[in-house]
Design a protein around this ligand. Structure first.
Ligand SMILES: Nc1ncnc2c1ncn2[C@@H]1O[C@H](COP(=O)(O)OP(=O)(O)O)[C@@H](O)[C@H]1O
Ligand code: SF4
Ligand SMILES: [Mg+2]
Length: 302
């Protein structure tokens, strides 16, 4: 039998509202086994909402419609913490490392806990996997793994904490890593280290859902890119094509920002219409998403 081509993650008709505010509308996408998808868009476009919906980690005030299927199982909301996700082969890192690491546990203990989940160890013995913990920390760039394993997250620098969070994610050998702006607030050298480590996970076979407002990061890491604006999909396709030859006016704007004032999205028709240089009469209607040369584009020009 050849390798399965079923998507690992499939999202259909995802809509998320917070009270009267709609954060995502009609969002469809897939991530294939060993595939990587960047979700790009401006602040407030719904990227973190999308990440948290996939993880089942949305806050209580979020109302969700549509279906999310991961590895053949439907993802339901109300996941309390990341431990629940480890069991199904999903893990996540966030901009704020406090969301992915326990501040009250030593780094080594946290990595060991992940290994116990991976190995389905029912009655773990403390220190059982200490050797592997040290190896992983070493692989993730820590020159003194023994001392790092004994530290608490707050005793590390921002970049070290993010590397430790990734080491934890890696220890799981997950099917999917969801990374929500993991390099924001880090200096360029540390950013590059983090990107290398995520790439290392991708090379090991982990699928990546990479959330970013930074197109350069999207292009360096992923094979497909989904562009969001005001909670809707504008365009989706192979990363190189989307970023080098954008079809949607919003993607073009992302690549070479204009100096036009940023008007808020329209509530009627195409949300990008107030800012779109190509807007015309038809744009008072919501554009359907069409297939254009292997890409999906939501714009009346196509
Ligand atoms: N917990 C929440 N309660 C109410 N509104 C929220 C909440 N989280 C996000 N939003 C709103 O949903 C929209 C999308 O936010 P978010 O998903 O954080 O976007 P991004 O990550 O692209 O910046 C924004 O308008 C934001 O204000
Ligand atoms: S649908 Fe109209 S307003 Fe929206 S991006 Fe296309 S041309 Fe511009
Ligand atoms: Mg965000």
């Amino acid at each position: 039998m050849g390798p399965s081509i079923d998507p690992l993650l499939q999202v259909r008709g995802l809509e998320v509202t917070y009270g009267s505010r709609t954060a995502l509308r009609g969002v469809d996408f897939e991530v294939r086994p060993h595939g990587s998808l960047a979700v790009v868009g401006e602040s407030g476009s719904g990227k973190s909402t999308l990440a948290r919906a996939v993880l089942g980690l949305l806050p209580k005030n979020a109302y969700v419609k549509g279906t999310i299927t991961f590895n053949g199982m439907e993802v339901r909301g109300g996941v309390k913490d990341l431990r629940t996700l480890w069991g199904v082969g999903m893990t996540a890192i966030f901009q704020d490392v406090r969301s992915s690491m326990d501040p009250l546990m030593r780094v080594g203990e946290q990595i060991e806990e992940v290994i116990n989940v991976r190995e389905e160890i029912v009655r773990p013995r403390k220190g059982q996997h200490h050797g592997e913990v040290l190896e992983i920390l070493h692989e993730f760039g820590f020159r003194d793994p023994e001392s790092v394993s004994k530290r608490y997250p707050h005793q590390l620098s921002g970049g070290e904490r993010q590397r430790a969070a990734l080491a934890m994610a890696y220890a799981l050998r997950p099917l999917l890593l969801v990374a929500d702006e993991p390099t924001s607030n880090l200096d360029l050298i540390t950013q590059a280290q983090i990107i290398d480590l995520i790439r290392k996970m991708a090379e090991m076979g982990t699928s990546i859902l990479f959330i970013t407002h930074d197109l350069y990061l999207a292009s360096s890491l992923t094979d497909r890119t989904l562009v969001l604006y005001a909670g809707r999909v504008m365009e989706e396709g192979a990363t190189g094509e989307v970023l080098e030859r954008p079809l949607h006016p919003f993607t073009r704007e992302l690549i070479s920002p204009s100096t036009n004032p940023l008007s808020p999205p329209s509530g009627i028709g195409c949300p990008f219409s107030p800012r779109c240089p190509s807007a015309f009469s038809k744009c008072v209607e919501v554009p359907p998403i069409k297939s254009v040369g292997g890409r999906r584009v939501g714009c009346h020009l196509y």
